[in-house]
Design a protein around this ligand. Structure first.
Ligand code: FAD
Length: 310
């Protein structure tokens, strides 16, 4: 049976949702062990042990792991991989920083952004910005995999009672150091876990108009706020709002695209949403090809009207 080591993404106190999808993917491979790496991570380890379907949790608690610097996490993982067949990480910014380094240290190919597990070493993954799905089979002895969170149901955060073990081997690689971080704090749901997302595009004109038009609608719906790259590049919103090929991949219950044309790179990040609603004044805009509900008209009339009626 394949033994999979899943890297737990956390913020020092709670397990991030993306980990739960990675656990589901790993469970399709075989026995799941979670790796909680960090400094002062007892609470995270306890939470990880409660995730359903997990056989064991291993914790590496060391100051060098405090900020999940990939340069320090990757050698730790590579050392642990003697006991595992597969390393599995969520395809998040941090997961995508750690996994390739693990693959390099193990001298194997990384299998990125998997959508499904087809066999012990066979997976599907998107190519050409999601326009084609490739089935790939690894010939390597060890697997290093990143998991697209929207493609796998989240494992239940409660219900498990895995044993927790401590592992050594953590060390400061001395090649990077933590300088600081600016964490955007928001009352809104995180984009990748929001059930509803309202996204705005270039048509929103500027930051003030974006905030005055998109945010009240999102507030009414308890939705996350997203944006096209054009809106981000123009400075309407910060770049962690970006949805798409080079932004976040989302699949909420409802995605409302406002003044977004539907360029292929934007669709790559949201076309798996359950219901897509598009508001655009151009009836030929490509977004309408993926939309379940389309409103053709001026967003500056339609959005306030919609917000007012909710
Ligand atoms: P536009 O394409 O300019 O569309 C604006 C839309 O608003 C139009 O359809 C117009 O009809 C409509 N509109 C204008 N005024 C109104 C109004 N008053 N009422 C209603 N509708 C109105 N893009 C992303 O979004 N995410 C990515 O991750 C991403 N990655 C990329 C990666 C690469 C390598 C490249 C080359 C491009 C990438 N892009 C990405 C950019 C992408 O190609 C498009 O340029 C971008 O998505 C366009 O954004 P937009 O739809 O907001 O703007």
């Amino acid at each position: 049976m394949t033994k999979a080591l899943v890297w737990v993404e956390h913020d020092g106190s709670a397990v991030k949702d993306a980990t739960l999808s990675a656990v589901s993917a790993a469970a399709q491979l075989g026995e799941v062990t979670l790796l909680v790496a960090g400094a002062g991570v007892d609470g995270v380890a306890q939470a990880a042990a409660r995730i359903a379907g997990v056989a064991k949790v291993v914790t590496a608690d060391d100051a060098s792991l405090a900020h999940a610097l990939a340069e320090n996490v990757a050698p730790l993982v590579a050392g642990l991989m003697a006991d595992y067949d597969a390393f599995v990480a969520p395809a998040t910014t941090t997961g995508k920083n750690v996994a390739p380094r693990v693959a390099a240290l193990l001298d194997v190919m990384q299998i990125s952004d998997i959508l499904s597990v087809e066999g012990p070493k066979t997976f599907t993954r998107p190519i050409y910005a999601g326009n084609a799905i490739a089935t790939v089979e690894s010939g390597d002895a060890k697997l290093v995999i990143t998991v697209r969170g929207t493609a796998f149901a989240k494992a239940a955060a409660d219900g498990g009672s895995a044993a927790i073990e401590t592992v050594g081997g953590a060390a400061d690689a001395g090649t990077s150091s933590f300088v600081g971080s600016e964490i955007a704090k928001s009352e809104r749901p995180e984009l990748t876990s929001a059930k509803i997302i309202v996204s705005g595009g270039r048509a929103l004109k500027d930051a003030e108009t974006f905030a005055a038009t998109i945010v009240p609608l999102a507030d009414k719906l308890g939705a996350g706020v997203g944006a096209s790259r054009a809106a981000v590049d123009a400075g309407y919103v910060p770049n962690d709002y970006q949805v798409g090929q080079t932004g976040k991949i989302v699949a909420p219950e409802v995605y409302i695209a406002v003044g977004i044309s539907g360029a292929i790179q934007h669709l790559a990040g949201m076309k798996d949403s359950k219901t897509i609603i598009a508001i655009n004044k151009d009836e030929d805009a490509p977004i309408f090809q993926v939309a379940d509900i389309g409103l053709v008209g001026d967003l500056f009339t339609l959005v306030p009207e919609l917000t007012g009626k909710l």
